[in-house]
Design a protein around this ligand. Structure first.
Ligand SMILES: Nc1ncnc2c1ncn2[C@@H]1O[C@H](COP(=O)(O)OP(=O)(O)OP(=O)(O)O)[C@@H](O)[C@H]1O
Ligand SMILES: Nc1nc2c(c(=O)[nH]1)N=C(CO)CN2
Length: 174
């Protein structure tokens, strides 16, 4: 992974989609992130497929998610980065209704350098990332040395939970 330049911090973005052309949603979102001033793509994970986790647990009947992780270098402050990811979500027709409801595109900020924040509009690191296989597994594949700041190494966090992610390839080949 290339080194950070002056004024940049490393941020990790978790992308998910379980509606529409899921892979296209994720691929175009990553292109849009890379094309945003102040964001430089350092690494993009393989795409994995997972069952939808809803408020009451795994929902066998909901459309499955594709998930991936982008590691970026950014000169944007956390709030500016959130603004940009919200803009891209909105451009992808993201509708916010039910909590953890089905969505065309979700982008969570997993961490932004080693900034810690407990603000509800932007909690860093993301409070649920450490327990999500669909975040940790692709992130580890993109960056074997990954660490969730102040929480722990991603390989160790992933070893402590069940990894239900499955590799996803276009056309369904395994
Ligand atoms: N680290 C973060 N990344 C993205 N959004 C965050 C973060 N911390 C807080 N938020 C806030 O959470 C709000 C709800 O986000 P969203 O609807 O994407 O949640 P969700 O994806 O359904 O659930 P989850 O947060 O568990 O992934 C956003 O408006 C945003 O301001
Ligand atoms: N498998 C999977 N389940 C989820 C996901 C997700 O990205 N993948 N995102 C959620 C809210 O952010 C809720 N549930």
């Amino acid at each position: 992974m290339s080194a950070l330049r002056a004024g940049e911090r490393k941020a990790v973005l978790a992308l998910g989609s379980n509606l529409g052309d899921r892979a296209r949603e994720i691929d175009t979102a990553v292109s849009e992130l890379s094309g945003t001033d102040g964001i430089r793509l350092l690494a993009f994970s393989p795409i994995v497929e997972t069952r939808a986790v809803k408020v009451h647990g795994v929902d066998e009947f909901a459309p499955r998610y594709l998930n991936a992780v982008a590691v970026v270098a950014t000169t944007l402050a956390p709030e500016q980065l959130l603004h940009q990811v919200n803009r891209i979500e909105a451009d992808h027709g993201r509708v916010r209704d039910e909590r953890w409801g089905d969505r065309t595109l979700d982008i969570d900020i997993v961490c932004h350098g080693d900034i810690v924040s407990d603000a509800p509009q932007l909690t860093l690191p993301h409070p649920r990332a450490a327990g999500r296989d669909f975040v940790l597994a692709p992130w580890l594949a993109a960056d074997p040395d990954a660490e969730l700041p102040g929480i722990g190494r991603v390989d160790e966090l992933l070893a402590g939970i069940e990894d239900t992610t499955r590799p996803w390839t276009p056309g369904g080949a395994r």
